[in-house]
Design a protein. Structure first.
Length: 273
């Protein structure tokens, strides 16, 4: 019998996940379908009951349910408990198990480029949900040090505490305090939502060079001002879609227990731009 998957969230109509996973099913001739299912913030419990009734095989979770969804899980993978948020769920006869594939999805493009994360000095812009998964990723890969720059300093301070708890050396500053210091870092990541509305880069990239890795997790638009400025300096640029693809590939592997068709999924994703 065919398997059914979904992505839940609100809003959900612009989600690229149905395209990415459907392309994988086509590529591998799998009898599966993947739908986008809008569940408003206050209707998560009913929404999950509905998914169980139709015997959904698995689903992705996006804004605004990533943290709230934790309550409804019967089993929690380590990636998920560490980050405190879930983006991928399996359903085995009504037993829901949660995973978080954002961390591995984030790391995948860095690993593909053989970036030496271990000895790197990292500047992370932002301290929201995605930034937390990123901090967990840098801790896992034993980065040398991370500076977390956020508009609201309290949130950066909280994330520093989390980093230290998982043995990553960290400090907090405000975005304004970054000033001309970008050149002091090996890897610079934008995990704020600045860029989504075509805003200018949140920081100056003066002084960076062709060895600096500049990674924007904002994926729409693909060419943000932040990345355009990085390219002008010949830096190593990583696009937000690469993380999106990385987390989808990992979710596919959890659900189907086989290697994901990376290129077919990438083609489908890029076709969505
Ligand atoms: N590529 C991917 O696979 C992927 C995965 C997850 C998320 N994302 C993208 O990453 C972004 C952040 O997601 P999230 O879930 O972490 O969101 P979030 O929890 O709402 O956090 C938003 C972050 O952006 C900052 N911010 C918002 N507006 C700002 C402004 N005008 N100036 C400076 N900072 C500002 C916030 O700072 P304050 O704390 O001061 O409010 C906070 O640090 C979104 O654009 C999302 O689309 C991409």
């Amino acid at each position: 019998m065919g398997k059914t998957f979904a992505v839940i969230g609100d809003p959900i109509n612009h989600s690229l996940s149905p395209n990415i996973h459907s392309a994988a099913f086509r590529e591998l001739n799998l009898d599966c379908s993947y739908i986008a299912y809008r569940i408003p913030k206050e209707e998560l419990a009913e929404g999950i009951e509905g998914l169980k009734k139709i015997k959904i095989d698995g689903f992705n979770v996006t804004i605004p349910h990533k943290v709230e969804m934790m309550k409804y899980l019967d089993k929690i993978d380590e990636s998920c408990s560490l980050i405190g948020a879930v983006n991928t769920v399996t359903n085995n006869d009504g037993i829901l198990k949660g995973y978080n594939t954002d961390m591995d999805g984030f790391l995948e493009p860095l690993k593909k480029r053989n970036v030496d994360i271990k000895n790197s000095n990292v500047l992370l812009l932002g301290a929201g949900g995605a930034a937390r998964a990123i901090v967990a990723g840098f801790a896992k890969e034993k980065a040398k040090k991370i500076t977390i720059a956020n508009r609201t300093i309290e949130k950066a301070n909280n994330l520093v505490k989390f980093a230290q708890k998982i043995s990553l050396d960290a400090n907090a500053i405000t975005i304004d305090q970054v000033e001309e210091s970008a050149k002091n870092y090996d890897i610079i990541v934008n995990a704020t939502s600045v860029g989504l509305q075509n805003e200018p880069s949140p920081i100056s990239l003066e002084g960076i060079n062709e060895k600096t890795v500049v990674y924007d997790i904002v994926y729409m638009p693909m060419h943000t001002d932040f990345l355009k400025r990085a390219k002008e300096k010949n830096a190593i640029v990583i696009f937000g879609y690469e993380m999106l693809l990385g987390q989808a590939v990992r979710a596919f592997e959890i659900w189907h227990g086989m290697e994901a068709p990376y290129n077919a999924m990438k083609k489908a994703l890029l076709g969505g731009f």
